[in-house]
Design a protein around this ligand. Structure first.
Ligand code: NAD
Length: 433
């Protein structure tokens, strides 16, 4: 099939590459000229494990192309995936201007029946708006389908090629057939393609992210109680996770969720509920708890060193909102670091992949950048672990101690053993452990 993908971010680039990998001819469109120039020169603008190799192979095989021009991608396409950003508006609802602009440009360049696919995370009712906008710009036949994306940054290729499920919301049997054909190679092991009405498909994505965010905030609240009553959240986690109704995944306490999805999607569901005259009490609390949790590590630092941190210097390990990505959107690291700087401290940071992102977008020159984890530590009053990259999991703590001014560790992800560190002479702070 001939496919076009609008938007070459984390979702669009992965979707385009994977559809090319399964034999389709794919053209990816983005309005960001610099991104497209870099892609055309063979440079992958984001860090996503496995993406570069797959992308280069499909470009070399002439199945994957990049352009800034809709006219190069849309004519003759069987399906066009809209995978542009849907950032929160001022009131928390999803801003649909990029989605609707894409819908209009698609309609203007269609040359025959086309399936327009909403892949971006969009509120209920968006497919109808996409249909309306497209209808104003073409007389040709088309269908709009909702096909939300569930990939996780850091494991995106695997998630796309072997999805737990594919959700398709459609009113048209013809469009549903095109979608089934496209996804057939990815569900050969029997994972389901779940067909439903468009509204349910649109809400499914938000419900999934809202549920996951709720688990995180719930466990963070349990951790905060643990601290107060002398319990250990890691033991509680194992104790409840072995119950099949609960399950063991996504139960880790920490510094709260970040990234480009959970924060904005939780806000969007709260807003959707308000618009439907419903007060979604749990989700409002999920968001409040998360905001508080992002500041917790700083409060532990403040509790130990006092509120005036002038003259204090800290080593930060991890900047991205989670491991295996360079994405720093809504990353807890930014909250922690800004709070430390505001209290007068200086900071040296290290992250395996997100330092360019930090330099150019999130922290600039406000912090010093280390070239490896160990030299981030030199002369620091404490090590603060923010993101649990694998390479931070088993450091040589004797060598760490030699570099630190004082042997203190603030472990924002509970990856170290309190017992082992205390036996080695460290002062250890964890989250509910
Ligand atoms: P992103 O910000 O990384 O990329 C969006 C891209 O769209 C940008 O490159 C931008 O230049 C481009 N764009 C904007 N308007 C355009 C237009 N009119 N024509 C062509 N290109 C245009 O976004 P993302 O993280 O890939 O997310 C995209 C959507 O997918 C969002 O709705 C998000 O909620 C959803 N989603 C994201 C993830 C994730 O892990 N990042 C997972 C599932 C779903």
């Amino acid at each position: 099939m001939r496919i076009a993908v609008i938007g070459t971010g984390y979702v669009g680039l992965v979707a385009g590459t994977c559809f090319a990998e399964s034999g389709n001819t794919v053209t990816c469109v983005d309005i960001d000229e610099d991104k497209i120039r870099r892609l055309r020169e063979g440079e992958v603008p984001i860090y996503e494990p496995g993406l570069e190799e797959l992308l280069k192979r499909n470009v070399a095989d002439d199945r994957l192309h990049f352009t800034t021009k809709y006219e190069d991608a849309i004519p003759g396409a069987d399906a066009v995936f809209i995978a542009v950003g849907t950032p929160p508006d001022e009131d928390g609802s999803a801003d649909l201007k990029y989605v609707l602009a894409a819908a209009q440009s698609i309609a203007e360049h269609m040359t025959g029946y086309t399936v327009i696919v909403d892949k971006s995370t969009v509120p209920v009712g968006t497919a109808r708006k996409v249909k309306e906008r497209a209808s104003q710009h073409t007389k040709l036949e088309f269908d709009v389908v909702s096909n939300p994306e569930f990939l996780k940054e850091g494991a995106a290729i695997d998630d796309f090629l072997k999805p737990d499920r594919v959700v398709i919301g459609s009113e048209s049997a013809k469009a549903a057939e095109v979608m089934d054909e496209l996804y057939a190679p990815f569900v050969r092991t029997g994972n389901p393609i779940i067909h439903m009405d468009i509204e349910s498909a649109e809400l499914t994505k938000y419900a999934a992210n809202a549920m996951l965010a709720t688990r995180i905030s719930f466990m963070n609240e349990i951790a905060n109680i643990c601290t107060r009553v002398g319990a250990n959240v890691d033991k509680v986690r194992k104790g409840i996770g072995s119950d099949a109704r609960i399950g063991s995944r996504f139960l880790f306490a920490g510094l709260g969720y970040g990234g480009s999805c959970f924060p904005k999607d939780v806000k969007a569901v709260v807003r959707t509920a308000q618009n439907a005259n419903y007060d979604f009490k749990i989700l409002q609390a999920v968001e409040d708890v998360n905001e508080r949790q992002k500041r917790l590590l700083f409060e532990l630092v403040e509790g130990h060193f006092g509120s005036d941190l002038s003259g204090k210097h800290f080593a930060i390990w991890g900047l991205s909102f989670k491991p295996n990505t360079d994405d720093m959107r809504e990353a807890p690291a930014v909250v922690v670091i800004n709070a430390l700087l505001a209290a007068g401290a200086t900071v040296r940071v290290y992250d395996p992949e997100a330092m360019e992102e930090a330099k150019h977008r999130h922290l600039g020159e406000t912090v010093a950048y280390a070239t490896n984890p160990m030299n981030a530590l030199d002369g620091a009053d404490a090590l603060i672990l923010v993101t649990e990259w694998n390479e931070f999991r088993r450091p040589d703590f004797d060598a760490v101690k030699e570099r630190l001014k004082t042997p203190i560790v603030f472990d924002g992800r509970n990856i170290y053993s309190r017992k082992r560190l205390e036996e080695s002479g460290y002062t250890y702070f964890g989250i509910g452990t």
